[in-house]
Design a protein around this ligand. Structure first.
Ligand SMILES: Nc1ncnc2c1ncn2[C@@H]1O[C@H](COP(=O)(O)OP(=O)(O)OP(=O)(O)O)[C@@H](O)[C@H]1O
Length: 377
């Protein structure tokens, strides 16, 4: 699958821009703050319906404008008809997503159809931040991998919101009494969904972890052992029973204190937490290995779905600035040996990019990015 072109209107620091891409390697070159990452983020919108950088869509509207449009033309195979995906948002309204001008009934139906993997300076946040970051990352990956998972996740989150709202209402208006039957009715539905989520995450990790470890060994020359495990109360205890046991505490805390939304993914190096034990370089390798494993596992899904030629889009943000020569060389080996399909990368220095890519075969297209404009070189 290839992104043939990208069109932007009032997106971040772009007023209007159109870019035509090569199916090979596309390089965005420009100074800090010129708008390179914003181009990757626009592609992220087309793939995942949201920004990789901000949870608030309105932040992506150009300052002073009242809407943005991001439009991309994708083709599955060479010569195949292009499909147009468009994401747009008007200030104060709901975001819309269309496929060949047809609006999706549910944004979720789009997820996984045009997968993309972003390797970004913020990847190590996965290691440093709290469990929510990690759950979000794996849930997003699993949703692209298996649509059934996303359906369960959406249903679980909706019920959890209802349950938390009820707990809050009980605390805010004690005089009106607490509708316990309603709580039990929610719990009856929430329990199997939570158990299902945790089981799916655990099964996915069994597949994902060996691929991840292999990528880490290749990136870091295999000096240390890394592991990745999933920690969930729901794999050992009955979630329905946990909800009942915790009812009083939940009422006091005004939120659901146990469940799949509390699970975590544990990152270890030589048996110790990566966050406190690993060096910065090792943390970077750990995070990149996660992303490369993500790329590989999403590719296997596309192959299984019969779209052999299809590979996720790979978005490499700022890799030359952040990574040492060995890691860059390893990444570029993967680019050179056709492991990846279409690649988009950003850099501040054209000469450095050209030098790094000197041995990479295939089509390379460069764009000069400057103050919200992008011109093909
Ligand atoms: N909604 C918006 N309206 C206008 N400008 C915006 C908006 N959102 C972000 N920007 C601008 O976009 C610029 C950042 O662009 P981007 O992150 O793409 O830079 P970059 O070229 O990747 O830089 P670096 O090399 O430092 O990573 C900033 O100058 C920021 O002010």
């Amino acid at each position: 699958m290839t992104l043939d072109s990208l069109q932007l209107l009032f997106f971040k620091n772009y007023e209007a821009a159109t870019l035509q891409f090569t199916p090979g390697l596309n390089c965005f070159i420009g100074d800090n703050g010129s708008g390179k990452t914003n181009l990757l983020d626009a592609i992220h919108y087309l793939s995942l319906t949201k920004s990789a950088l901000t949870p608030v869509d309105a932040n992506s509207i150009k300052q002073g404008a009242d809407f943005f449009v991001v439009k991309g033309k994708f083709s599955a195979d060479e010569g195949a008809d292009a499909e147009t995906i468009q994401v747009s948002l008007r200030q104060g309204q709901k975001k819309t997503l269309t496929h060949d001008k047809q609006p999706y009934e549910r944004m979720a139906d789009h997820i996984g159809r045009y997968p993309a993997v972003l390797v970004s300076p913020y990847d190590t946040d996965l290691i440093r931040e709290g469990s929510e970051e990690r759950r979000k990352y794996f849930d997003s990956l699993l949703s692209q991998f298996d649509h059934g998972f996303l359906d369960v996740l959406i249903a679980y989150n909706a019920l959890l919101r209802q349950r938390n709202a009820l707990l809050k209402l009980a605390a805010d208006r004690p005089a009106q009494g607490f509708d316990r039957d309603y709580l039990l009715a929610i719990d009856d539905q929430l329990a199997p969904l939570g158990t299902n989520l945790s089981q799916q995450r655990a099964t996915f990790l069994e597949r994902f972890t060996p691929i991840f470890r292999q990528h880490y060994q290749q990136l870091a020359d295999g000096r240390e052992e890394v592991s990745l495990t999933y920690k969930s109360q729901l794999l050992e205890a009955d979630f329905g029973q946990l909800l009942r046991q915790n009812e009083r505490r939940d009422l006091m805390m005004q939120r659901t204190t146990a469940g799949a939304h509390r699970d975590d993914f544990v990152f270890l190096m030589d048996g110790l937490p990566v966050k406190s034990y690993a060096s910065q370089g090792q943390q970077k390798s750990y995070a990149i290995a996660l992303k490369l494993a993500q790329f590989e596992i999403l590719t296997t899904r596309l192959v299984a779905a019969g779209t052999e030629a299809a590979k996720p889009l790979l978005l490499l943000d700022d890799i030359f600035d952040r990574l040492d020569d060995k890691r860059i060389a390893r990444l570029l080996e993967l680019v050179a040996d056709d492991t990846f399909g279409q690649v988009f990368l950003t850099d501040t220095n054209l000469a450095r990019t050209d030098q790094a890519l000197a041995n990479v075969r295939g089509d390379i297209r460069r764009f000069r990015v400057q103050g919200g404009t992008a011109e093909q070189l």
